[in-house]
Design a protein around this ligand. Sequence first.
Ligand code: HEC
Ligand code: HEC
Ligand code: HEC
Ligand code: HEC
Length: 409
Amino acid sequence: MKSPLRLLALCAVPAAFLASPDSEPDLTVLFTGDIRGYLSPCGCSKPQIGGLLRMASVIRGLKSAPNTLFVDLGNWTQATGRQDELKADAIAETFASLKPDYLNVGPLDLQLSEGQLASLAEATKGALDSSNAILPGVLANREGRDVAGKVWIQGLVPDGAARATVTPPATVLSPRSDRAHIVLFAGPKDAAFRLARSLGPGSLLIYSSQGDPTRTPDIVGGATLVSLGDKGRYVGKATRTNGKWEIAFLELGPERPDDHEATTAYRSYLNRVGEERLLAAMPRLQKGTLFVGSAVCGGCHVKEYNVWLKTAHAKALTTLEKTGNDKDPECVGCHVVGLTYREGFMDKSKTPDLAHVGCESCHGAGGKHVRNVSERASVHADATSCASCHVPEHSPGFDFQKYWEKIKH
Ligand code: HEC
Ligand code: HEC
Ligand code: HEC
Ligand code: HEC
């Protein structure tokens, strides 16, 4: 399907006909960026916002309106290993189904291998591009992208990005007086402000940031500057009326439906994480003291064991099985015993007694104590035992007294 803008251009409608009434927006830009690997909110606490599934449904719903573009700023993942490559594939598949007008390459994306970048460019049918990161044979490296003779999009990485030869962004900026100039700059705020001085009035510059969106856009020399924050929690919506940009950030809360294509891409990503056995490939420390499993502790500490069985901890891996993340290295560590140790949890068939959050998740490996029960120092637990898992990001409401009350034994 052609974008509505291009269809209009093909029909060669007279320019006067295209002009909207004064109060009507004549251009809408939907934008995403800085997903940084957050394909899905983990679900550890509710409500959580964000995720590719909701993002795609919002864009798909709005993109069919006339004169509406979809662009992404880049920085899809942290680019630190195989799991990020699999994530990038899922993002590419999802974005391709949304018919993007420009997918900018960010400095994090440039840390992926050239082969991976080439395959992402292919999967997104050439939408992945950059005006100043030069990767011959991988990116089209057009000066910019013209949409229907009305919009001129340029994608930029900041100076010093890895791997590609990067032309200084200011030198490739080329405003065109007859087009709406949209600049996707995957660099920080201070550099964005410097760039904006070379932009014409009425341009829109989207820059990279972490944290929350810029609630009030900045105006620099007539250009409008905005940023979305990171972790894929919002879709940005910039609407132009009478040459002026108005910005909204659409929060991806649980009321947003999951997109069908994005769900398929995400499921296939999780399957690949399992099939490639990324969990087994994780680096492990050697502890030297064996984990024995909750059932062994329960043999002597019957009362404690029976209390534990009724807590959420005793089904923590089942929770991940339900969401499909039970083989996902980014989740399993906090939902089982001792994943970071050679003697810790491997998988459910090899180490069934170390599945779920067990006695030794808090008390530490019990081998020494089981050999000599009067040795108790190695199984000491207290309020500090919760800290490694009940971190603000995954357990924002954590309070030891309140939480201990629910699991005390
Ligand atoms: C840093 C540790 C940590 C990581 C990593 C982690 N979790 Fe959790 N998860 C927790 C804690 C702690 C809770 C309990 C939060 C609370 O109730 O305050 C929890 C709770 C949950 C729950 C809610 C269970 C319920 O029924 O209420 C789900 C679902 C969940 N996690 C899924 C995931 C998924 C999926 C991932 C990976 C994407 C993940 N977790 C990664 C620590 C973690
Ligand atoms: C063979 C039986 C046996 C097994 C198995 C066993 N314990 Fe114990 N545990 C004891 C006994 C007996 C004591 C009390 C020792 C004492 O008072 O000197 C004790 C004491 C403790 C204490 C200290 C209680 C206190 O009052 O200070 C903790 C904590 C503890 N065990 C945890 C565990 C954990 C965790 C496991 C599994 C890794 C486990 N135990 C396995 C028999 C056992
Ligand atoms: C190894 C990681 C880990 C450690 C250590 C840990 N927890 Fe948890 N906790 C979890 C996970 C994961 C869940 C969610 C389990 C589920 O529902 O699947 C959870 C859930 C809970 C819940 C249930 C929340 C609810 O509202 O139902 C309570 C209460 C809790 N933890 C208390 C504690 C306390 C207190 C400590 C320290 C003494 C502690 N936890 C240590 C991982 C951990
Ligand atoms: C979520 C963390 C957590 C889990 C899981 C857990 N414990 Fe504990 N346990 C604690 C903490 C914290 C204390 C100390 C509480 C305090 O200081 O009052 C404790 C205390 C104890 C004590 C000493 C009780 C006393 O009277 O001094 C024993 C024995 C014990 N746990 C055994 C177990 C056994 C057996 C299991 C598994 C079936 C288990 N615990 C699971 C955190 C945990």
